[in-house]
Design a protein around this ligand. Structure first.
Ligand SMILES: Nc1nc2c(ncn2[C@@H]2O[C@H](COP(=O)(O)OP(=O)(O)O)[C@@H](O)[C@H]2O)c(=O)[nH]1
Ligand SMILES: [Mg+2]
Length: 181
């Protein structure tokens, strides 16, 4: 089987990271709030993707996982009061030198709620944070699954264009690991 590629999934607490991992893997059981880490390993069109969620409460430790191949930053697009906080948290993470050229996908989640901010609006806020690296700002609903195939397709394109990172220390201190077929 092909070597797995590592995707760091971060965002403020309540953004929908766990829900997204469950939707991507097709396993929507066990939707408990996460304070620690979760790894979900999925197969996607011949690739093996390991998705690591680091809980939003643990913002200070996100950069420990900086040798990921891609970063997915999940934003609660319905929580307008925390959008700036989210952009600031991403900017802080991306100051990490080991993430210099790593592709970043910003997922504007909860698009099933019609008052959520649209990706076009969030793009204006996130564009300066993302400048100089492969990136995209896409909408999705981790709840309904809308936009999730497009997110996976974007990740696959950029993973295919980049080499696996050195991963000696990556994901070492995860609390538990779940493997999906
Ligand atoms: N309406 C809606 N609610 C969502 C969506 N994704 C997550 N949620 C809800 O948002 C809350 C936080 O989700 P969770 O995945 O635990 O967030 P995390 O803290 O980022 O892991 C839960 O009540 C989810 O059911 C979505 O796409 N749409
Ligand atoms: Mg969670």
């Amino acid at each position: 089987m092909a070597a797995d590629r590592r995707i760091l999934v971060v965002g403020l607490e309540n953004a929908g990271k766990t829900r997204l991992l469950r939707t991507m893997s097709g396993d929507v059981t066990n939707l408990m709030p996460t304070r620690g880490c979760i790894v979900k390993t999925i197969s996607y069109e011949g690739r093996v993707l390991s998705l690591l969620e680091v809980g939003g409460f643990a913002r200070s430790v996100w950069r420990r996982y900086a040798n990921a191949d891609c970063v997915v930053f999940v934003v609660d697009a319905h929580d307008r009061g925390r959008i700036y906080e989210a952009a600031t948290a991403l900017a802080q993470l991306l100051r990490e030198p080991r993430l210099a050229m790593v592709p970043v996908l910003v997922l504007c989640n909860k698009m099933d709620i019609f008052t959520s901010l649209k990706p076009e609006v969030l793009l204006t806020l996130f564009a300066p944070v993302l400048r100089g690296r492969p990136s995209a700002v896409l909408g999705c609903s981790a709840m309904t699954g809308d936009g999730v195939p497009a997110a996976l397709a974007w990740l696959a394109i950029w993973l295919d264009r980049t080499r696996p990172r050195n991963r000696r220390t990556l994901f070492r201190c995860c609390c538990y690991s779940l493997r999906s077929s």
